[in-house]
Every structure is written in C-alpha cells, then in structure tokens.
Design a protein around this ligand. Structure first.
Ligand code: SF4
Length: 398
C-alpha cells in the first residue's frame, strides 16, 4: 500500500483555474480565459521538461492533477500535460494517475480523452447531495449534474472513482447528511473522502462564520450545524460507511478494499513528491520548497533555456527539515492512518528506535486508551481518533 522506495516519487500538478470561487475556498485558484489556460499549459510543459531532466534516476508511482478545477480546461490541454509527463519522467507501469474534477465542468467529451491519455482515477468534488447546501457553499453544480458526470465516467471506462464530501456546512442537518451518504454509496464509488468544513481566513465564509462574526445566530438563514450535530455526523459517517463496505484507512478517507488513494498515502508516509505548476509544493530528500504563486511571474520565468537558473527562481528558498521536524511529521501524518506508524519504518528513516524518542508519551497515551500497539504498528484507538488533534499534538518535540 505504500511506496518506501527511495527512488520513487509522486507528482502533483496544479491547475489553478475554476469557473468561480466557492465561498469557503482559500486554495490558489481563480477564473481565467481560455487563452490564459493555453499560456499556462505552455509554461507548465516547459517546467515538466526542465524538472524531468533532473529526475532521470527516479520513477513516478503516482500523478495527481489537482487544483483548482483541472477539468475546466479543454481536454486537449490535459492530454498535452500527460504527454509531457510521459516523455520526461519514467512512470511505473501501474502508476495511479488521478484527475480532480468538478461535476459542472465534466462534459461527456472530456472523459474519453482523459482515459485515453492514461488517467485511471477520477476524484469528483460533490460535497453534498442537497442542492440547497451546494448553493450555500457557492458550488457551480447540482446533484443531478454530478449524477450525469458520474455515469459518464463509468461509461468512459473509469473503474476507480473517488467522491469528495463535506460535513459541517451551512444548512446541513444529521438527516440531510445521512441522505447524502445514502445517495452517494448507492452509486458504489471506490473511494469516499469526507472532510469537515474549515472556515478559512480571507474567504466570504470567514466574514460570515469566522470568529469575528461568531457562529451565525439562531434564526439566521443558514446556520452551521451545532457541535452536537457535528459529533453525531462524525460518528454516523464512520458507522454508515463501514456498514456499506468502506474501510476507513485514514481519519477522513474511506475505500473499498485495495482502492485506497496511493498518492495520499505517499504524502502520509514520507514519500518524496514533486509539485509542478503555480504555487505547487514539493518535498524531496527532506527538503521543502514551493513554486512561485504569482501567475504573471510564473509565466515570465525562463524555463526553456538555462533551466537550472529558471527552476531555482521558480522554487524560491528551500527549507531543509531538521531530523526532529521529520520525526514529528512522520508521527502526525502516519497516525492519521488507521494502520498507524511502523516502528521499523521509524528506525529505517531516523536510525533510532521510536521508543527512545517517544517512549514515555506512547506509554502514557496507551495507558489512557488513546493509542494501541499491534506488533510493530502503533495506531490510534477509536477514541484516539475522536480526539486526534489532542493526541497528535503530543508528538511535538519542540
Ligand atoms: S472548485 Fe475547489 S478549488 Fe475551485 S473554488 Fe471551489 S473549492 Fe476552490
């Protein structure tokens, strides 16, 4: 399920375009003209070529084309990106290749092109099966449009589909959430992500629901679910999806057996990843760096000639993570998965036993019923998952 091979990397390709901005979104995404899409892909292809030249010794286990909304672009642009990846990187024969898609943008003619150029996994952003709730989020699609996209994807040969859902959204009730879960599981997607809404600063939701505004008062048009409802939603999700045959393999991610998202598991298990495109982040050999976030500057970089220099400018400062910071990340991210972290992986990565660094904390959390051990695997208990923020914060070293 993981890829711990040192010569293996993952690719993340960022497409920053959307039809319009959702009310809760703080991702690097915006509306743009079709001519901007083309100029962006021209530069992205140059970046892929330039980066690929430095990655000849590496093989790519997964590719994730995310955003933004990659499917807002003409499908031929996605084909050009995939061709550039294929020509400049060595893909594993069974590489997992995902594209993020928004139902409102997924016309039938696009899907066969994606399938044809090697994309074998589709991640559909639905969020809710309730059209009123979708409107409250500022989404551009209805549930009916999602259904059409889903069925078109199946007809185009996609056998690995993930659906993103969001709980804790304005106007949501326990009943409406249950209805969303029912409608989605009836379709039998291979994978479901169920995250809670986070109110991010700088978004319209921050002004409406952020700490300054407080929770929208009783009687307001679309209040957020109260804490009790959120708790019940959390437990319902876990139990309902388990009963429908989905394995909870991470705090917010559920999959049919063998359909866990390999790309995300790589993020959670210290696999190196290379981000390509505007603002994309990378983590290679214990170093972190992020691409230029300003579109005008990104497009003006010379990635065609003198590649080394252009790439240095693109990536900006490189942060070398200390051994302690890497240990913390290993524990934070690894413990989010239900299988937990392996003591053997810890020794392999850091040359020291997990017990030497965290022994006392682990014993205390185990005595309190928050962690459990199974052979070399250390993981959260059900209760530990419920209060994961607290448990994970215990693994800070500084
Ligand atoms: S579709 Fe996704 S990336 Fe685009 S605005 Fe909405 S939440 Fe943000």
């Amino acid at each position: 399920m993981t890829n711990a091979n040192k010569n293996t990397i993952e690719l993340y390709i960022h497409i920053p375009f959307c039809v319009k901005k959702c009310f809760y979104c703080d991702f690097l995404s915006f509306r743009a003209l079709a001519s901007d899409h083309e100029a962006y892909v021209d530069q992205l292809v140059r970046e892929i070529r330039a980066r690929g030249a430095f990655c000849q010794e590496l093989t790519v286990a997964t590719v994730f084309i995310g955003g933004g909304t990659p499917t807002v672009m003409e499908p031929e642009l996605i084909r050009r990106i995939m061709e550039a990846v294929g020509e400049n990187f060595t893909l594993e024969p069974d590489a997992e290749i995902t594209i993020e898609a928004n139902p409102g943008t997924l016309l039938y003619n696009k899907l066969p092109v994606y399938h044809d150029c090697g994309i074998n996994r589709l991640s559909l952003g639905l969020q809710s099966a309730d059209n009123e709730e979708l409107k409250n989020l500022g989404r551009v699609h209805s549930f009916e449009e999602f259904l059409k996209s889903y069925q078109s994807a199946r007809m185009s040969g996609f056998t690995n589909i993930s659906v993103d859902l969001m709980s804790g959204i304005p106007g949501q009730t326990l009943e409406s959430w249950k209805n969303t879960l029912k409608k989605v599981t009836m379709l039998k997607p291979e994978h479901i992500s169920a995250y809670s809404l986070i109110i991010e600063e700088g978004t319209p939701f921050w002004d409406q629901y952020g700490p300054g505004a407080g929770r929208v008062k009783a009687g307001a048009a679309f209040p957020l679910p109260d804490e009790d409802t959120e708790n019940r939603i959390y437990h319902l999700t876990r139990d309902f999806l388990r009963d429908m045959g989905y394995n909870r393999y991470e705090i917010s991610n559920y999959a049919k057996p063998g359909k866990e998202c390999r790309h995300n598991i790589g993020y959670w298990t210290e696999v190196s990843y290379l981000g390509l495109g505007l603002g994309a982040s990378s983590y290679m050999d214990g170093c972190r760096f992020s691409n230029e976030k300003d579109m005008r500057r990104y497009l003006s970089l010379d990635l065609e000639h003198d590649c080394g220099e252009g790439l240095r400018e693109l990536a900006g400062p490189v942060e070398q993570l200390s051994r302690e910071a890497r240990m913390e990340e290993f524990m934070f991210l690894g413990l989010r998965m239900t299988r937990g972290v392996s003591e053997m992986d810890f020794v392999r990565l850091f040359g020291v036993k997990m017990d030497t660094v965290y022994g006392e904390k682990i014993r205390r959390l185990m005595a309190n019923g928050l962690l459990k051990k199974d052979g070399v695997w250390l993981s959260l208990t059900e209760w530990g998952m419920d209060v994961s923020n607290f448990v994970l914060s215990e693994f800070l070293l500084s």
